[in-house]
Design a protein around this ligand. Structure first.
Ligand code: FAD
Ligand code: NAD
Length: 479
C-alpha cells in the first residue's frame, strides 16, 4: 500500500481546484477527482447549459421581431454544430486543467480515483493509496437524484450530465421536474425547435420563488411548451416500433392506475428532480462528521466541518457538498474563504450568507435575491412589508421592446426602507437583480438606492429604479 503525506488534500476538482494558490508552491498538495476534471459547472452545469441557452434564445428571436414589425424566420438549427462548439471548448479546458495539475506542477499530485475519508485527516483511494494530510478540504459537490420510476435506467433517459451530448437533437423531449434544471432545459429544447412536454407534480413551476413570479412564469412557460401540472410519470418503456420510449403519465397522488394513464412517445427523457450532496461518496457519516437531514456536511461560519457540534481543526468543506444553495458563485466565494483560512489558520474569515442571488436562465429568465413577499411577511410581519411589482412594459425600454410579460418585484421593510429582496422575470432579469444585490450587500436603503444615484435613461435598468420608487418607505415621494 502506498502512503502519501501532504500539507493539503482536496476532494474534488471543481471549486476545490482553485484552492491551490501560489502559497502552496513549496508545499505538498494532493487533489482527488473521481470523475471529469474541473467539476460540474465547467463540464455539465452552468457553462454548457448557458452555451445552449444563447442559441435557443436566438432561435426564438422571430417571435419578438414580429411584435416590432420585423419579419424573420429561424431556418434551421444545427444541433451537432452547437454541441461541438460547446464541448470543443469545454473539453479542451478540462483536459488542459488536468494536464497542468497532473504533469506540470511538481508539488501537486492528482489522484484520479474516488477517495474516502479515513478519520478526519486521511483519505483512502480505491487502489489502496493512503493520503495523510495536515489540512483537508471536502469539495465533493452533488449529483442528480434519480427518481424511482420504472424504466428510468433506459438509455433514452438522461440527467443533465448526459443530455447535452446527444448525437442528434430529439424531436420530442419529456422533462420531469419543475425546478432550475428542468425549466432551463425545457426552454433550451423548445427554443431549438423540439416538442417539449414538462411534467410537474405541483400546480406551478419554480415553487421556491415568490408566488406572483412563479405563477407568471408558469403561464409564460405554458405558452411556449406543453406543461402537465399535477402529474407524475409512473413508467417509461421502450417504444418497440422505434428508438424512442413511451412514458405513462398519471395525476399526482393517484397511485398506479393503468386505466388513467396517458401514454406519450418521446425520443429523449430528462429527469431533473433535485441534486443530493456527495457526502456519502466521501464516507462523511462513517468519519463521524455532522450531517444535515438532506445529507449536507455541517460547517460553521468559517467553513470548518463540524463533528459532534465542534469544528474539526484543519478540516473544511465548501460548495454543494455543504451549502444549502447549490450555486457556483456561492461555491467560488466559499473556496476563496477556505483558501484564506487554510493559509491563515490564526485569522479565520467567515463566508457571507446575506444577499445570495440566483438566476434561472429559462424563457423568460428569472432571478432572485433575498426574501420573497411571503418570506418577508413571515420574517417581519406582513404589516411591515412594502412591495412594488414594476412591469417592464411600463418603462421606456419596455416600450422599445414591446414587452408584454416582464416584471420586477422588490420587497422592503416599510419602517426603515431596508431592502429585503427582489425577484424578476424577463429579459436580462439576472443583470437587473444585480443592482439590488449591490444595494443589499452594502446596506443601501430603497430610497437612497433609487434617488442617490443616476440611472441611465432610457435603459432597461429604469425598471429597477421605478420598482424602488414604488415602495412605501421613508423618503418616498421626495425628489
Ligand atoms: C445542469 C446544471 C446547471 C447549473 N447551472 C448553474 C448556473 O447557471 N449558475 C450557478 O450558479 N450554478 C449552476 N449550477 C450549480 C453549479 O454547477 C454547482 O453549484 C457547482 O458546480 C458546485 O461546485 P462544487 O465545487 O461544490 O462541486 P463540483 O463542481 O460538482 O465538484 C465536485 C467534484 O468532486 C468530485 N468527487 C465527488 N466525490 C468524490 C470522491 N469521493 N473522490 C474524488 N472525487 C470526488 C466530483 O466528481 C466532482 O468533479 C448548475 C448545475 C447543473 C447540474
Ligand atoms: N441557473 C442556476 O443557477 C442553476 C441551474 C441549474 C441548477 N442549479 C442548481 O442545481 C440545483 C438542482 O437543480 P434541480 O432542478 O435538479 O432541482 P430543484 O430543487 O431546483 O428542482 C427539483 C424539482 O423536482 C421536483 N421533484 C422532486 N422530487 C420529485 C419526484 N420524485 N418526482 C417528480 N418531481 C420531483 C421538485 O418539486 C422540483 O420542481 C438547483 O437547486 C440549483 O441550486 C442552478
Amino acid at each position: 500500500m502506498r502512503t502519501l503525506t501532504a500539507d493539503l488534500a482536496i476532494i474534488g476538482s471543481g471549486s476545490g481546484n482553485s484552492l491551490i494558490t501560489p502559497f502552496w508552491d513549496d508545499r505538498r498538495v494532493v487533489i482527488a477527482e473521481r470523475g471529469v476534471f474541473g467539476g460540474t459547472c465547467l463540464n455539465a452545469g452552468c457553462i454548457p447549459t448557458k452555451m445552449y441557452v444563447r442559441p435557443a434564445a436566438l432561435a426564438r428571436t422571430p417571435e419578438e421581431a414580429a411584435r416590432l414589425g420585423v419579419t424573420m424566420r429561424t431556418e434551421s438549427v444545427d444541433w451537432p454544430a452547437i454541441r461541438d462548439r460547446i464541448f470543443g471548448r469545454i473539453d479542451a479546458i478540462s483536459a488542459a486543467g488536468e494536464r497542468y495539475r497532473a504533469e506540470e506542477l511538481d508539488n501537486v499530485e492528482l489522484i484520479s480515483q474516488q477517495v474516502r475519508l479515513d478519520g478526519t485527516h486521511a483519505l483512502l483511494a480505491e487502489d489502496g493509496t493512503r493520503i495523510e494530510a495536515e489540512q483537508l478540504v471536502i469539495a465533493a459537490g452533488s449529483r442528480a437524484v434519480i427518481p424511482e420510476i420504472e424504466g428510468v435506467e433506459l438509455p433514452q433517459v438522461h440527467t443533465s450530465d448526459t443530455i447535452m451530448r446527444l448525437a442528434e437533437q430529439p424531436r420530442r423531449v419529456l422533462v420531469i421536474g419543475g425546478g432550475y434544471i428542468a425549466c432551463e432545459f425545457a426552454a433550451i429544447f423548445s427554443g431549438l425547435g423540439s416538442e417539449v412536454v414538462q411534467v410537474v407534480r405541483g400546480d406551478r413551476l419554480m415553487r421556491a420563488l415568490d408566488g406572483e413570479i412563479s405563477a407568471a412564469f408558469t403561464a409564460e412557460a405554458a405558452r411556449q411548451w406543453e406543461l402537465r401540472l399535477g402529474c407524475v410519470v409512473q413508467r417509461i418503456a421502450e417504444a418497440g416500433d422505434g428508438p424512442g420510449v413511451v412514458a405513462e403519465l398519471v395525476p399526482a397522488g393517484a397511485g398506479a392506475d393503468e386505466a388513467a394513464a396517458e401514454r406519450l412517445g418521446f425520443d429523449a427523457v430528462l429527469v431533473a428532480v433535485g441534486r443530493i450532496p456527495n457526502s456519502d461518496l466521501v464516507g462523511a457519516a462513517e468519519a463521524g462528521l455532522d450531517l444535515h437531514p438532506d445529507g449536507r456536511i455541517a460547517v460553521d461560519g468559517f467553513q470548518r466541518v463540524l463533528r459532534g457540534g465542534e469544528p474539526v481543526p484543519g478540516l473544511y468543506a465548501l460548495g454543494d457538498v455543504s451549502s444549502p444553495h447549490q450555486l457556483k458563485h456561492v461555491a467560488n466565494h466559499e473556496a476563496r474563504v477556505v483558501a484564506h483560512n487554510l493559509e491563515h489558520p490564526g485569522d479565520l474569515r467567515a463566508s457571507r450568507q446575506e444577499a445570495v442571488p440566483a438566476a434561472v436562465f429559462s424563457s423568460p429568465e428569472l432571478a432572485r435575491v433575498g426574501l420573497s413577499e411571503e418570506e418577508a411577511g413571515a420574517r417581519i410581519g406582513a404589516e411591515h412589508v412594502t412591495v412594488k411589482t414594476q412591469r417592464y412594459g411600463d418603462t421606456a425600454y419596455g416600450w422599445a421592446m414591446e414587452d408584454q410579460s416582464g416584471i420586477f418585484k422588490v420587497v422592503a421593510d416599510r419602517r426603515d426602507g431596508r431592502i429585503l429582496g427582489a425577484q424578476a422575470m424577463g429579459y436580462q432579469a439576472s443583470n437587473l437583480v444585480q443592482a439590488v444585490v449591490m444595494a443589499m450587500s452594502f446596506g443601501i436603503d430603497a430610497h437612497r438606492a433609487a434617488r442617490g444615484q443616476y440611472w441611465i435613461h432610457p435603459a432597461l435598468m429604469e425598471v429597477v429604479e421605478n420598482a424602488l420608487l414604488g415602495l412605501d418607505v421613508p423618503g418616498s415621494g421626495e425628489l
